[in-house]
Design a protein around this ligand. Sequence first.
Ligand code: PLP
Length: 357
Amino acid sequence: MSKVHNFSAGPCILAPEVIEGAAKAVKELDNIGLSLIEISHRSKEFIAIMDEAQNLVREILDVPSNYSILFLQGGASLGFYMTALNFMKEGGTAGYLNTGAWSKKAIKEAKMVGNVEVVASSEDANFNYIPKEYPVSTSWNYLHLTSNNTIFGTQIKNFPVSKIPVICDMSSDILSRKINVADFDMIYAGAQKNMGPAGTTLYIIKNDFLGKSGRAIPSMLDLGIHADKGSMFNTPPVFAIYTCMLTLKWVKENGGLAAMEKRNEDKAALLYNTIDSNPLFEGTAAKEDRSNMNVTFVLTDDTNKDEFDKMWNKAGISGVKGHRDVGGYRASIYNAMPKESIQVLVDVMNEFANKFA
Ligand SMILES: *Cc1c(COP(=O)(O)O)cnc(C)c1O
């Protein structure tokens, strides 16, 4: 079988070692005669896995000791609602930066809980840039950001310095670059873009930010309860957490976030340079806000679109069709995407340009 170059936006590419390790553990975990998915989450084996996953997050992201690290369920989509429920006070207001489809969903859920002020929005330009100057009121309970806009291919490069707590959905660029966790009161991220399979969501929460909403919160949505119980309030998604742990190990063994960031910049530059140097292609995001994870582009002329689609298909490329809200193409080039696969796409683009320019 020839190699498939997996550019899927999510769930998406994982390192081969991670897939291998996960498959092995499903058969049998560390020579204990049992599968990872048939042992108690309270067994010493699984408790060690949970501890290791949390410790690796703390080490790799340099998480301060006054933050809790949780692996929960419900996806980032439940995180939208839980964020508001746990951190918006009765009658309180939160500020939201609207930079794309996921921000909009976060806003929609928060409005069910309290008052939302949209501080700025790039919706008028189909979310092709990140608004940078906006007012923030010190009376708000928090400011909510989306670090990387998976669908529109934009990414916040410099996080705003804020006087109020900042909560950030980092689902599609967690572990892709260095961040200063202390700048955020909460970070959350669905695992399935850069960290593991679908099924778990990482929360990194400043402990003294918890428990202040004054609301009655159902147990399963109460981040304070999950923090108290170390992500073991109910049965955690053991397979997803194990596989995230393998990815975290892989990140560490491959040089940590500094190395990931450098590699990701290098990979993205290869693709963006091809788009920019070629009149048949056009990037859809403002240059200064371009994502290093999701590269969105269109053909400047659709006459030979079928030909281009045939060419990348034939080269073994999968998952580059753009989201319906943007059209064109989206190449998702997460941590595990090797530069060689991007080179295959670049070669196809150059071949297409030579043929039709
Ligand atoms: C994919 C994605 C989500 C949704 O994640 P689920 O885990 O499917 O709920 C939220 N935010 C961003 C930025 C995403 O890319």
